[in-house]
Write a protein that binds this ligand. Sequence first.
Ligand SMILES: [Zn+2]
Length: 333
Amino acid sequence: MILFCEDQAPPGVKFLGWFHFQETNFEKGLSVIETKQGLLAQGAPLNQPASVQLLLFADVFLRTPFSGEHIQQLKKSCVALFGVGSIGSAIAKSLVRAGVENILLIDPDRLSLTNVFRHECSMLDVGRYKVTALAQSLLQINPQLSLKTMAENIFQWPSAQLENLLENVSVVIDSTDRPSARLTTASLGYELHKPVVHAGCFEEGRGGEVFWHIPDVKEPCYWCLREGMAQPPKSRTIDYSTAQGPDDFKGEPGLDAVTKSIAMAAVQISLALLLRGMPDCQLSLVLTTQSNYLLLGNAFSNNFYRFKGPFHTFFQPFNGPRKSCSLCQKTTH
Ligand SMILES: [Zn+2]
């Protein structure tokens, strides 16, 4: 997406329509934009920033390492994102930059001040629904997006309604932060035969995990993981958002960087799932590993949980599906 002042559109650029930005979202001037065709536009002061002409340069996403065929696949794919907090919002932005154009954003929460330091939205969005603020931000990356926002707890919906909502969804991404919501999302994906990617950050930012499950593939499901493997230790019971002082919660420096690293791994796994089965897709190779559970270490991870040192990142092997699993083996009981 490239924005130009009304009288500065270079030749060969397609005009799509009008798009309105809030003046506060805009700096005066535009960056120099370089494409395969060369320099397209130079920064120019915007005298009327609230109403600028929007033009799309068709090749904008071909700067990615994907072939055109892969890009077309991503454009028509639909992703449902459960939870658009720090990890979910970062996932959404990266998916858009990869060329995904149909996204369902689900989160009942509003952005609070304590979210801003690690969320993709800003101080200007505090008090707004996260899905609404994020959708606006995503449209500024690619105005051609087809976004649907759900600022409610859809887990309370009847199953038929949920099935209808997710009918055209290719991949479900779970970046919720409550264990019960994560299990429910896993169940939903399993029942509806949708691939699900779970992305989560461990306590104190001492690492994270990305787990995925592909329908009809004989591999452990998310319930197998949670029922069958010891979880990282929890040292605190007080949440940062309810802390009354420094004795309650000391905070984690650089938590934004921690959540981003987990989000970016989840994005690559999600893209691999969207492109699986297509020829010449290097990304899909990640799905052929022996484990569908990736543990991501960072600078805080030394001797925590299963990490053997800082930045220790590995596929955690585990056997399954578990015979006693409450989800994937329940029909046999
Ligand atoms: Zn299972």
